[in-house]
Design a protein around this ligand. Structure first.
Ligand SMILES: [Ca+2]
Ligand SMILES: [Ca+2]
Length: 335
């Protein structure tokens, strides 16, 4: 299945409803009140997980996360951390690959006459979190389509370059697939990802201390008591008992499964999500959204309590964002 660079309706609304599209966005600055974090260099070697059965899903938080059902996954390997800019650069150096965000947008993707599309929306770019000055409950107030934003320049053309040890962002589904093929891996299923992230621990609604999330009232007040206002390098927080870093928080991680609100209670043996016909993302209707997991540095108690293994949302395959990344799974021991 191949997707052109499509921009979902939700993403279009982001830009049309916002004050406009900006040429750059705010790069998170260090705070004097930051908690110093000891970020350790982590091996890239994937971790082997035994198969097992676990309680997948979570009840009584968000309706799309239930029902809870005992789910079995076979053994697999998984990356110990989110794919980093350093790793993605190795792929690009070897293949000259050009990501979706670095290409002009096809006007046909909008589904409206081209004359109605602001020209800047057709420039290469991506969705960047840009904190509003005032409290707001509308995501169009903090997401902006920024021409020139891509994995190399996560905050736009005038922002800092991507740092090698931070997770790669602003990738579309095809970009992630291309990297996976080159690397000899694949996207994890949602069940594999959640099994790896939950690591045998019971579900909780507590905001985790060992994860990069948001402290304060989102989107206006970021207390950053966890040490990072924006993306953190991988490995700044303690790993889970599977030896996996930043499963929860830092950046959302796209999985192989198509999205549909809620789990199929009968699909419990190595589930792979709904078929294309059954998939449906209410936030992005008409597009084959993929499930992304674990929340990001933007998840706060007052807005997005998705700093949990069971947390899931749909992700438009045609456009990345500044808080969405991925990691790979493998069926055989990686070279
Ligand atoms: Ca944070
Ligand atoms: Ca993550």
């Amino acid at each position: 299945m191949a997707f052109d660079k499509t921009i979902g309706l939700a993403a279009v609304a982001i830009c049309l409803a916002a004050a406009g599209c900006s040429a750059e966005s705010e790069a998170p600055a260090a705070s004097q009140e930051q908690v110093a974090r000891a970020c350790s260099a982590i091996e890239d070697t994937p971790v082997q997980l035994e198969g097992g059965t676990f309680a997948m899903g979570q009840a009584e938080v968000y309706p799309e996360e239930g029902p809870v059902r005992q789910t079995t996954v076979d053994a697999f390997w998984i990356d110990p951390h989110e794919v980093t800019n350093r790793q993605f650069a190795q792929f690009v150096d070897a293949t000259d690959y050009v990501t979706l965000a670095e290409k002009p947008v096809d006007p046909a993707a909008f589904g409206v006459p081209e004359a109605q599309i602001p020209p800047e929306l057709l420039l290469p770019g991506s969705a960047v979190f840009t904190p509003p000055e005032r409290p707001s409950n509308s995501y169009s107030d903090w997401w902006k389509y920024v021409p020139g934003a891509n994995w190399k320049r996560p905050y736009g053309p005038n922002g800092p370059e991507a740092k090698g040890d931070e997770p790669v962002v602003h990738l579309g589904w095809d970009d992630m697939q291309a990297y996976a093929r080159w690397k000899g891996g694949r996207m994890p299923t949602e069940a594999e990802w959640e099994y790896a992230a939950s690591a045998g621990q019971p579900a909780t609604t507590d905001q985790p201390e060992e994860a990069n999330s948001w402290q304060g009232v989102f989107p206006a007040v970021n207390q950053e008591t966890d040490g990072f206002k924006g993306i953190a390098p991988v490995g700044c927080y303690a790993p889970n008992s599977n030896g996996l870093y930043d499963m929860v928080g830092n950046v959302w991680e796209v999985t192989a499964d198509l999205f549909r609100p809620g789990h199929d209670p009968a699909d419990t043996d190595n589930p792979r999500g709904p078929s294309e016909n059954q998939a449906y993302d209410p936030l992005n209707p008409g597009y084959p959204s993929r499930v992304m997991k674990g929340g990001s540095y933007l998840c706060a108690p007052n807005y997005c309590q998705r700093y949990r293994p069971a947390a899931r949302q749909g992700r438009d395959p045609g456009m990345g964002a500044s808080n969405v990344g991925f990691r790979l799974a493998y069926d055989t021991p990686p070279a």
